[in-house]
Design a protein around this ligand. Sequence first.
Ligand code: NCD
Ligand code: ZN
Ligand code: ZN
Length: 348
Amino acid sequence: MSSTITIPRPDDWHLHLRDGVMLRAVVPHSAQDFARAIIMPNLVPPVRTGADAAAYAERIQAAIPDGADFTPLMTLYLTETTDPDDVEAAFAAGVITALKLYPAGATTNSDAGVRNFANAHGVFERMEALGIPLLTHGEVTAPDIDIFDREARFIDDVLDPLRQRFPRLRVVMEHITTRDGADYVASAPEGLMGATITVQHLMLNRNHMLVGGVRPHYYCLPILKRSTHQDALLSAATSGNPRFFLGTDSAPHPTHLKENACGCAGVFSSPNALACLAQTFEDAGALDRFEGFVSRHGADFYGLPVNTSTLQLERVETPQPVPAPIIVGEETVTVFDPIRPIHWRVIR
Ligand code: NCD
Ligand code: ZN
Ligand code: ZN
């Protein structure tokens, strides 16, 4: 029996496109399925100013295949020297959609991130006044805090105090990985807080990464947690709660730097994210909630119209193979392997 579902074209509310040859290789894989994406600013050097964001947006535009319907929504990388006036001007001009907070040292290319949050209070104040969302990589970085506890500690030590001080600040907790994250976001006022959830955190837990051998392609940050957390994320994503929406966090790294003695953090899922998610929602008995999670809730949070164009997915009897690695210059990037059989494919 075959069946299809038709949904408004989805958006990806958390995406890494990189730059140069990598940018040109990965953009088509997002543009074929997603209408819009929030573009992460953790380049080297980071996207710090309105001028940086405008220049990066142009490089992305140049990499979008002819005829594709794809709009990059730009973000600035918050540093302790970010100028509130530059933020305001870039937002007013429609150059940026949000700012991204990386605690210094938390993840890939986060060295320029924030160490002393007091130095960013002027920016938070302006963002609160203008309704500019703050997107957080929600992990503390102190070396004595266990990697599996870093998200929960971020909520208690950083996020909650920040929200008490700036109660109207709009925040998206990016790529939540714990029950603590899901519960915190669910308890916040609708419209003031949202959370993105990745495909891999819905489909996998840390056993998939660590039992029977270490699987470096599942290493990402925040790191996969135990299955009770996976269950909580799946409940949140399939609940119909508008605070939760898809951010793939598709984060390409060359295969040889993942399969390495000190492997990079990041999972590349743009090519098969939607097929994998359709399977996940079907397995959870929640296919009717799929459209909200991938096509509606994020647009509503950002105050943007739901896309009028549509995307079709088809259920197929034969499990679909994991897409082959993509070629990037002399290197490859390995695509997310969801382990379970995927009986869905996007009709392209
Ligand atoms: C991301 C990357 O590679 O840029 N990696 C990851 O594991 N998620 C950075 C990030 O989103 O934290
Ligand atoms: Zn992150
Ligand atoms: Zn990311």
